[in-house]
Design a protein around this ligand. Structure first.
Ligand SMILES: Cc1ncc(COP(=O)(O)O)c(C=O)c1O
Length: 392
């Protein structure tokens, strides 16, 4: 099937935060701003997902719903198996309206107030937000940044893992915003350090499907079959299939006792009654019939990276782009321009391009902006031209 990801789709009147409601977050953004900030894609969903949603709507009633059908679990577990050679028992999957809320629930059941939770900044900002909101302590194990490439500081991680006050590593794999897809050797070293020291690992793998051609994502839990009860993996179809607004994620908890704690917490404290019927229809269709569309999107994203590099080379040659091995987010290093962070961000906004401010991800993001390249190429080109104008 042919897909036209070059088509610019009007997202007005769809309640889009990225497009229609950016002013709530950045009131000074001028009319006509190109929004390359929030992590959803400007591409239409796969046809089989749209067809499944239409079918479900035709059934007319949207009551409380349960995912407990063989077809649903078959779709999800076959995806894990087929894409990652990962055998997940359906009993080990629990549901959450999103990965971010799940991170909070997990901190609640795995740790006590005050406990240390290790994160690797610059990293997706709700990580630190959730740790603080739940009264736990942020422990930073910053990534190393050398010659435009990011890596894990294993010596520092080992030191922090040995500290008995620290109970959890909150891991981002693939990594938002720096775009690393951690290799097997890196995952083995990281897992060994944490597990030897009795830490739990919450592995946020929401971007697992979004990797560049030739690069492989390895689910951390597959490398530690004996210790997988200490690894909790957060997955979701939301980034992969552009379904974030439907709010459904799958959290894999192998340990039975932890799973019961989760279920009690979600039932009694959160009163989450389970996934909504539209999300169930969409996700089952996505994991059953969505692969061809995903492969087409991945090819388009690969090309967008190449185009972004060209545009930057032509218009902003001093910007460094660490290889976005995964995700559809480019972590742009503007430090050569020597601008105060707020001025850098404000100049882009004034020029009509909304990016994410690097310092949102930690102080390590000073001098950086994050750009979402899951958009038609024409928008990407216009955005880079405007960015160049902003710095001229
Ligand atoms: C690493 C990471 N985790 C979680 C999320 C959001 O998850 P959800 O929308 O399921 O809460 C994002 C969105 O960008 C993300 O990058």
């Amino acid at each position: 099937m042919d897909y036209d990801f070059d088509a610019v789709i009007d997202r007005n009147k769809t309640n889009s935060i990225k497009w229609e409601f950016m002013h709530l977050f950045v009131p000074e953004a001028p009319a006509g701003t190109l929004p390359l900030w929030v992590a959803d894609m400007d591409f239409p969903c796969a046809e089989p997902i749209l067809a499944a949603l239409h079918d479900r709507v035709d059934k007319k009633i949207f009551g409380y719903s349960s995912p407990e059908t063989g077809e649903y679990y078959r779709a999800v577990c076959s995806w894990y198996q087929h894409r990652f050679n990962w055998y997940v028992n359906s009993d080990d999957i629990v549901f959450s309206p999103g990965v971010v809320p799940a991170l909070g629930y997990l901190l609640e059941i795995l740790t006590e107030p005050g406990d240390g939770v290790i994160i690797q900044p610059p990293v997706y900002h709700p990580f630190s937000g959730k740790i603080t909101a739940y009264g736990r302590t942020i422990v930073n194990n910053p990534l190393l940044y050398r010659d435009g490439c990011y890596s894990i500081d294993f010596a520092d991680l080992a030191q922090k893992a040995r500290d008995l006050r620290n109970k959890v590593l909150l891991f981002c794999s693939p990594h938002n915003p720096v775009g690393r897809v951690w290799r097997r050797e890196e995952l083995l070293q990281l897992g060994e350090i944490c597990l030897e020291n009795g830490l739990y690992i919450i592995s946020d793998e929401i971007h697992y499907d979004l990797v560049r051609r030739g690069i492989t994502h390895t689910p951390l839990a597959t490398l530690f079959p004996e210790a997988k009860h200490r690894i909790i993996t957060a997955t979701a179809p939301s980034k992969t299939f552009n379904l974030a607004g439907l709010q459904l994620s799958h959290i894999i908890i192998h340990d039975r006792e932890l799973r019961s704690r989760w279920l009690r917490y979600v039932r009694d404290i959160i009163s989450y009654s389970g996934p909504n019927p539209l999300s169930l229809a969409a996700v089952q269709a996505a994991y059953t019939y969505g692969e061809e569309w995903l492969e087409a999107v991945l090819a388009y994203l690969d090309d967008n990276v190449a185009h972004l590099r060209n545009f930057l080379g032509r218009y902003l040659p001093d910007v460094i782009l660490p290889p976005p091995e995964g995700t559809y987010l480019a972590w742009l290093d503007f430090r050569a321009y020597n601008l105060p962070q707020e001025e850098l961000f404000a100049r882009m906004v004034k020029a009509g391009v909304l990016l994410e401010n690097g310092v949102k991800y930690g102080k390590e993001g000073e001098g950086f902006l994050r750009l979402n390249f899951a958009c038609p190429r024409i928008i990407l080109a216009q955005a880079v031209e405007r960015m160049a104008g902003a710095l001229a």
